[in-house]
Design a protein around this ligand. Structure first.
Ligand SMILES: Cc1cc2nc3c(=O)[nH]c(=O)nc-3n(C[C@H](O)[C@H](O)[C@H](O)COP(=O)(O)OP(=O)(O)OC[C@H]3O[C@@H](n4cnc5c(N)ncnc54)[C@H](O)[C@@H]3O)c2cc1C
Ligand code: SF4
Length: 326
């Protein structure tokens, strides 16, 4: 591993000042340090932001949440207000990693973890994301767990976070402190599709520090479901975060996001539009799922994800509909 300096930020301003060329922020280190060991990331300096006072979860009177960026994944999943008001978020966090990793991992670090594409993690291989212009061996090589939607000739990677999928379905916003001041953006605008700049996972600018995640109130049953190759330590093949509000057999409101299908958590806006006002039946759930999956462009070895995610959408919505109707 290349030698690096370690500094602990004492305030947001201090973090911003310490972040200069060659420096990166350090959360729990569960992704970043692994990538440093692999020679994929080689920062000259780590600025530890896990000890800033962003470790609280605030429940506002309207039922919305403000989750500090340094809250651990374990604390988030265990929080009673989260489990009661936004159960799909707690379920998504618990579906990821292990207890030990979740104890260290922070909310911001989870959102910004990097793809698990095998070529990205192997510094001896070409990879446009790690080494722009070097090529994308995954497209013709090992891609059975990579993207079926929104990919580009330059990159077919998927975003690995479970938590981010639930936050996408919940319409969360990300609070960012940058060199030009504070701003808040919808989570849909945080992660980006690869296009011709796969080296950029997000829209963040150098030095941008995530300080909190704001989650609006939900007020309807919700569920996170993940399909993986084994029961633990496995990233999603596909996942679904859904919330459904039904009234007299008709869908009044719905939220849906998909994981394991694209370079970013995929908010299924077309399915949501097709479902509002539709009958609460398996057929209408299936038709609405097809609307979104119509844009899928699976690769040679990952077409299995299309029926897998369609069935997962239908199963999850059916379960929520039965709960809402009972
Ligand atoms: C064995 C194993 C299994 C796993 N399985 C899953 C899984 O199934 N599902 C899943 O979702 N995840 C899984 N993970 C990933 C895990 O969730 C992430 O490693 C973790 O959430 C990253 O959080 P962290 O705080 O440790 O981030 P770090 O590793 O510290 O940082 C990650 C990135 O975030 C940046 N960063 C950190 N904080 C900030 C901030 N405040 N502002 C701006 N940038 C910041 C860092 O610079 C870095 O680029 C697994 C990890 C391991 C080791
Ligand atoms: S899919 Fe993206 S991350 Fe994977 S090898 Fe291609 S460019 Fe690299």
């Amino acid at each position: 591993m290349r030698p690096f300096a370690y500094e602990r930020a004492t305030s947001v301003q201090d973090a911003l000042e310490r972040h200069s060329d060659g420096a990166v922020y350090l959360g729990g280190g569960t992704n970043l340090v692994d990538l440093m060991r692999l020679g994929v990331e080689e920062p000259a300096r780590l600025v530890d932001v896990a000890h800033l006072p962003h470790d609280q979860i605030e429940l506002r009177p309207d039922g919305s949440l403000v989750i500090g960026a340094a809250v651990s994944n374990s604390a988030l999943a265990a929080d009673r207000t989260v489990r009661e008001g936004h159960p799909m978020l707690a379920q998504a966090v618990l579906a990821g990693a292990s207890g030990q990793v979740r104890n260290l991992a922070t909310v911001a670090g989870n959102l910004l973890q990097r793809t698990r594409c095998p070529y990205f993690q192997d510094a001896s291989k070409p990879c446009n994301k790690r080494d722009p212009g070097s090529g994308c061996p995954a497209r013709e090589g090992e891609h059975h767990n990579l993207a079926i939607m929104g990919h580009s000739p330059e990159c077919v990677a998927t975003h690995p976070s479970d938590m981010a999928v639930a936050l996408a379905a919940l319409g969360a916003s990300i609070r960012i402190q940058g060199r030009a001041g504070e701003r808040t953006i919808p989570i849909d605008e945080l992660h980006r599709l690869p296009e011709n700049e796969p080296e950029r996972d997000t829209t963040l600018e150098p030095g941008d520090l995530i300080t909190a995640v704001e989650v609006p109130p939900l007020g309807m049953p919700s569920r996170y479901r993940k399909v993986r190759e084994r029961a633990s330590f496995a990233f999603a093949l596909v996942s679904v975060a859904a919330a459904l509000d039904v009234d007299d057999g008709v869908v009044r409101d719905v939220r849906l996001a998909l994981g394991g299908v694209a370079h970013k958590p995929w908010r299924a806006w077309h399915t949501e539009d097709a479902l509002r006002g539709a009958e609460m039946t398996g057929e209408s759930f299936q038709r609405a799922a097809e609307v979104e999956l119509g844009v899928a462009e699976p690769l040679r070895d990952n077409a299995y994800k299309v029926p897998l995610v369609r069935n997962l959408i239908v199963r999850t919505l059916t379960e929520l509909a039965e709960r809402g109707a009972s």
